[in-house]
Every structure is written in structure tokens, then in C-alpha cells.
Write a protein that binds this ligand. Structure first.
Ligand code: SF4
Length: 328
């Protein structure tokens, strides 16, 4: 007689640290939550406050209404607060809000605002500006929109950098999107610096600390595991980059998923080690959900692999600071 066995195969989950929420995302979500508390429902949010459906759905349930453009806000709600997302907005957006007499709160991450300021400084100093980033991403649209149309040239790849022809004889300067691949960007910058040795670089990296730290942790974990999972949304730039870093660091199976229900179990068959991380806009509860899903099929041991400590926190807008202080 063959006896059925209920024992599960062992699986060690190498859990990257840091992972998940960064200070900019945390601040943006707090801004929406505190605005709802202070001003009541509805509070409008222009674009997904951060690129994560779970977060957005949670805020919708509390009374936030998401729109892509200010024109979608009904005329009889023009007095309701509107919040701009963490990715930043072109200058035309606050100008439009002012013209419509709207009260707005800006949840742009301060590290994105820093890049906006750099762009303005270069412009004032009459430098021609190159932005390294991904076409169509809201952060890129916001950064390019700090200056008159046609002022900033976008470069996405090393091939773009090789083909780039300055439009003017002004000195060149480059800035970058905050959530790029550190390694890809270094390659693009190397091409630009070789072709234009005088090009002015950012004083301090534009790729933010959170992006850099999460990629470093994946580089540490990916070579030692059978498969990697990045928890995050397909439209989240930093999450996509984490998946790529996992693959390039030698991990054959590197998947980006939003929820446990998306796990392609066939791809994870026979593994004994799993690397796990989360993009900067993915909440920890979704990481726990993935671990629990593996726990149903495997005897899971979790090992934390910490490559950096993060202590950064950003101030809230003045209008909401008191409310947060009172809650603490
Ligand atoms: S990923 Fe970086 S730039 Fe984007 S919100 Fe987080 S800290 Fe700010």
C-alpha cells in the first residue's frame, strides 16, 4: 500500500531589505489620507497617487476620487481639494488649477522636485538639457514640463546617447528620472561624457536612494536563488527595473507580480530558494500575501538579506502637518 504524504518541500525565501515603500510614497499616501481627514470626502487625486492598484483601491474606498486631468472634476466640486501624484506634474497643471480657483496639495516626491529645480537652474544658466528617462512616464512628462516645450531632449538608451545631436551651441547638462536602472544609466552617461566631456552632471545622483538601495539588495540576492519575485505594478518604473536587475544578476526566473493570485506556479516548480522584494510603491501586506501563498505549498523559512538601512522621511505640506502631529 502506498501511503500519502502531506510533507511539503522546503523553501528558503531570501527577503530583500530594504524593499517596498520609500519615503516619497509614504508621504504621498499620508497626504491623501490626511486630506480626507481634514477636508472630508471627496478628495480628488490627479493620476494614481503611486503606481499600485491595491493602494489606489484602498484610498478610493476611503473617499479619494482619481482623475487623469483636472477637467474631469465636476464643476460643482471645483472647491474640493485636488492632490498631485508623487511623480510630479508639468508646470501647466498647478497653473491650470490656479486658473480654476482650485485648492491643491502637491504630493510630488521631494526628490523629484529636486530634479525639477536642477532643470530650472540649468535653463537659467543657459545650458541645453538632456533628460535620461522613459518616454511617457508621468515623472518624465512632469520634469520636461518644468520648461518651455522643446527645451529638454529625452534620451532613453545608449543608442540614443550616441545619436544625440545638440540643438544649440550652449553648454550641455544632463538630469535623470529618479527610478532608472543604475547600471543602464551609468552606460548612457558614459556615452554622453565620452562624446561631450564638458557636459554638466547632477551634483548628487538623480536616481533616488530608494531605487538604488532596492536594486543593490536584488543584486545581492538574485545570484543565489532559483527564482525571484518582485511585488509591484507593471506601470511602476522602479518595480520593472528590479525585475530586470534580478534577471541580469543571473536569476533565470524573475517575475513582476501584483498579487499572489498572479503567481505562475509552473514557473516556480521544483525551486528550493526564492528571492523576494517589492517596488517602492508596493505595500508590505502584499509581500506577506506572497509568502503566505508559498507557505501553502512549501515549508517556508524566511531569511532577511539586508544591504542598507533607510531612515529618510519627508515633511508633509504645511496645511497637513498639524493634523499628523496631533495624530501622533
Ligand atoms: S522612488 Fe524615489 S523618487 Fe520615487 S517617490 Fe520614492 S523616494 Fe521619491
Amino acid at each position: 500500500m502506498i501511503s500519502a504524504t502531506t510533507s511539503k518541500p522546503p523553501l528558503t525565501v531570501h527577503l530583500c531589505a530594504p524593499r517596498g515603500f520609500c519615503a516619497g510614497v509614504d508621504r504621498a499616501i499620508q497626504i491623501v489620507e490626511l486630506a480626507l481627514k481634514k477636508f472630508g470626502q471627496p478628495v480628488y487625486v490627479r493620476h494614481e497617487i503611486v503606481h499600485n492598484k491595491y493602494v489606489v483601491d484602498g484610498l478610493k474606498a476611503k473617499g479619494a476620487v482619481f482623475v487623469e486631468e483636472l477637467g474631469e472634476i465636476p464643476a460643482d466640486h471645483a472647491d474640493r481639494p485636488v492632490i498631485f501624484s508623487a511623480h510630479g506634474v508639468p508646470k501647466s497643471v498647478p497653473a491650470d488649477a490656479q486658473a480654476r480657483n482650485m485648492f491643491f496639495l502637491d504630493a510630488t516626491c521631494p526628490l523629484v522636485s529636486k530634479v525639477h529645480k536642477e532643470a530650472e537652474i540649468h535653463f537659467r544658466r543657459e545650458r541645453e538639457i538632456v533628460l535620461i528617462g522613459h518616454a511617457g512616464h508621468p515623472e518624465v512628462i512632469g520634469t520636461m514640463g518644468q520648461l518651455p516645450e522643446g527645451t529638454v531632449s529625452l534620451i532613453e538608451t545608449e543608442a540614443d546617447a550616441r545619436a544625440f545631436q545638440p540643438k544649440t551651441d550652449q553648454p550641455l547638462a544632463f538630469i535623470t528620472q529618479t527610478t532608472l536602472s543604475v547600471d543602464d544609466t551609468a552606460g548612457i552617461v558614459a556615452v554622453l561624457q565620452e562624446r561631450f566631456p564638458q557636459i554638466v552632471a547632477p551634483h548628487k545622483e538623480d536616481i533616488c536612494y530608494a531605487t538604488t538601495n532596492r536594486q543593490e539588495a536584488v543584486k545581492e540576492v538574485a545570484p543565489r536563488v532559483d527564482a525571484m519575485i518582485v511585488v509591484g505594478a507593471p506601470n511602476s518604473s522602479n518595480s520593472q527595473r528590479l525585475r530586470e536587475v534580478g534577471e541580469r544578476s543571473g536569476c533565470r526566473v524573475s517575475h513582476l507580480i501584483q498579487r499572489a493570485s498572479e503567481i505562475d506556479w509552473a514557473a516556480f516548480e521544483g525551486i528550493s530558494t526564492l528571492g523576494l522584494t517589492a517596488g517602492a510603491s508596493a505595500p508590505e501586506t502584499l509581500v506577506e500575501e506572497i509568502i503566505a501563498a508559498f507557505g501553502e505549498r512549501y515549508d517556508v523559512t524566511v531569511e532577511i538579506v539586508r544591504t542598507a538601512e533607510e531612515t529618510i522621511a519627508f515633511n508633509l505640506p504645511r496645511e497637513l502637518r498639524e493634523l499628523r502631529d496631533a495624530a501622533e
